[in-house]
Structures are given as C-alpha cells and as structure tokens.
Design a protein around this ligand. Structure first.
Ligand code: ATP
Ligand code: LTN
Length: 331
C-alpha cells in the first residue's frame, strides 16, 4: 500500500496559506486515494528550531491537531500523531545527519531566510531542520508528500539523502515525491504580496489565521494591498496583490482565473474584495465550528494516543532496519 505523508509546524496558528496550500489539499487527497495509507502529524520538534514561547507552543500543538481534523482529515485510512511522541523521528534524524552534507544544508533558502532573522545566534537545530524533515518522511517509506511550494527544496534534499543512503548501504528507503497543488501552492501576504503568508511572520494584517474572528479576517481581505488599475486581471508579477486574491478565490470556489476575470469584467476591486471576504469568512466559520467541537472533546486525546502507537509500530521497525544497515548492532 502506498503512503502519503505530511506535517504542519505548531509555530503559530495555521493560516489561510497553510489551509489552501497544504491541509485542505491533504484532506481532499485522503478522500480521493482511499487505497493509500495517510500519515499526518503535528511537527512540534520543528517548532523549537527557533526561539519560542513554551506556553504558546503547548497550546498550539493541541490547536494544530484539532485544526487538522476540523479541516476534514479523518483517521479512517490514516495515522495521526504528535511528532515528539514518536522518538524514532529524532533518532532517525541523527543517522541521516551522517549522510547529509553541510554544503547541502547551507544552500537551503528557508534556512538562509530564518537564520538572517535570528538576533542571538543561529540554533544548530535550525540548520539541521531539513534532515529532521527527511527523517519524518523516510521513516514511513512515504511515496507522496503533499506540501506547499516553499517545501520543494526540502523534499529534493530528502530524495537525495534517500538515494545516497540506498547507494551506500543497499536498498532501504523509498524515494519520496512532492505533491504540489497547481492553484494555491503559495499564498502571499495580503499587505506585502511579494512575500509568502507565514504564520510566524510579524505582519499580522497581511495574514489570516484560521482561528481569528470572522470580522477581522474579512477586514483583512477588504484592506488587502492591490494596484491602482482597478482591473481584475491575473498577472503575478505586474499585479501581485489582485493576483493573490484571485488565487484565494479560485482555490475556494473552483473557478479558474479566466472565469473570475470574466465574472468581474466590469467589477471594481471593492466589489470583488467584498465577495471574497464573504467566501473566506464562510469557509473559516464552518471550520471554527468543527474546531470548537473537537478541541473540547476527549476524543482528540484518544485519536492521538492511537495514532502514536500505530506510528511507533512502523517507525521502530524502520529504525531497526537502518541501524542494522549502518552496523549499529552487536552481531
Ligand atoms: P513558519 O511561518 O513557522 O515557517 P509555515 O506556515 O511556513 O510556518 P508549516 O506550518 O510547516 O510552515 O507549513 C505547513 C504546510 O503549509 C507546508 O506544506 C507548507 O508548504 C504550507 N504552506 C506554508 N505557507 C504557505 C503559503 N503561504 N501558501 C501555501 N502553502 C503554504
Ligand atoms: N517543514 C515543513 C513541515 C514539515 C513537513 C514534514 C512537511 C515537517 N516535517 C514532513 C512534510 C513532510 C514546513 O515547514 N512547512
């Protein structure tokens, strides 16, 4: 049975970008690919790669777990768990560090961006982040990894690590493939549409968080930065603001850019934004309703406990195989 795997960091409350680019896509794939096994987890070990608030992290881990389910993921053909509760992730990461090169990690653009923002030194864990991500994926022999566009480079590295390990020690890992959405793989900041919408970004006005008030989310859409042309037309480089809003519109309604252009041929930005604000508001409201039911129920803990056990069963077998391949056994 083929395996589809993905994770979200609890570095904040997930955004509309995470939802459109990753979580929702994952939920859709789960419905379409019934004969696959789905593995999804809260990537909390990744959230301590930059300085963080301890209480916030604790809250966010649970919130992200509940949001996954609120976004439509089910545990039917899946294992769903918290990464740090499966110690094999960190152990596998250590082994993979022995086949990963400094030069490869130095080239990672996410590392370069995040390292630049560190005021009191760059944590080694930030540098090593992609090796942990490779461990997450290779531990479960994942065939497909649905992610947003920003994770392409990390996926490429995971593939290289898998191939290198296989060449050195014999066939061990499945070489994973990224699954990247055609629409919405990179939702941009509403105030700075040339920058990615990031949940740990300080410009909150440009970022819609899935748990913020509906009114506030609508306001952010209505005050999104656009150009002065007042013409609803998709052009990523010349008109990044309106193009980003059209991408959100397209992802949530299923209409293509051409269809949106036609629908609003004589419309103003104001009218378009008002309609989009309603669409986004409706989507988030439904999600929050489900979230509130889940976060307060004891079912969530039960689901995560079961998920952890299932994940450990797979991960411990794989880790044992890897230890043996590299010679970490008595006999
Ligand atoms: P941080 O701001 O802490 O780096 P993040 O939101 O970039 O967080 P994750 O929470 O780990 O990172 O991302 C979860 C998933 O959401 C990943 O698959 C990622 O590619 C996707 N994703 C993140 N931001 C966007 C975005 N703006 N548009 C589309 N997909 C995104
Ligand atoms: N690095 C990813 C989150 C993540 C992930 C993974 C995604 C951690 N481990 C394994 C897919 C597969 C991010 O920052 N978006």
């Amino acid at each position: 049975m083929k395996v589809v795997l993905s994770g979200v960091k609890p570095s904040g409350i997930p955004t509309l970008g995470n939802y459109i680019g990753a979580i929702r896509n994952f939920a859709r794939l789960q419905k379409e690919m019934k004969d696959h096994h789905f593995i999804f987890f809260v990537a909390d070990l990744h959230a301590i790669t930059v300085p963080h608030d301890v209480e916030e992290l604790r809250k966010n881990i649970r919130a992200v777990a509940a949001l996954y389910l609120a976004c439509g993921l089910t545990t039917e053909n899946a294992s769903f768990f918290i990464q740090s509760e499966v110690p094999e992730h960190a152990e596998m990461c250590y082994v993979l560090q022995s086949v990963c090169y400094m030069g490869e990690l130095e080239r990672m653009t996410q590392y370069k961006d995040k390292a630049r923002k560190q005021k009191s030194g760059i944590p080694v864990a930030l540098f090593n982040y992609p090796t942990l991500m490779a461990a997450d994926i290779l531990l479960y022999d994942a065939n497909y990894v649905p992610v947003g566009d920003d994770q392409k480079q990390h996926l490429e590295l995971a593939r290289n690590i898998a191939e290198r390990f296989n060449n050195r020690y014999g066939e061990t890992f499945v070489v994973p493939e990224a699954l990247i959405n055609k629409t919405g793989a990179r939702i941009m900041n509403l105030q700075e549409p040339t920058k990615k919408m990031d949940k740990s970004e300080s410009n909150n006005k440009g970022c819609i968080f899935l748990l913020e008030s509906i009114n506030s989310a609508k306001k952010k859409i209505k005050s999104a930065v656009t150009d002065s042309e007042n013409k609803i037309q998709y052009h990523k480089t010349k008109k990044p603001g309106i193009s980003n809003l059209m991408t959100i519109y397209s992802a949530l309604t299923g209409l293509s850019n051409k269809e949106i252009e036609k629908k609003y041929a004589s419309g103003s930005y104001g009218a378009f934004k008002t309609e989009l604000a309603e669409i986004v508001g409706g989507e988030i409201a439904a999600l929050q309703k489900r979230y509130n039911e889940i976060i307060n129920s004891s079912d969530l803990d039960k689901i995560l406990d079961d998920g952890r056990e299932r994940a450990r069963e797979i991960a411990s077998k794989k880790l044992k195989e890897v230890y043996k391949k590299v010679g970490l056994t008595r006999r």
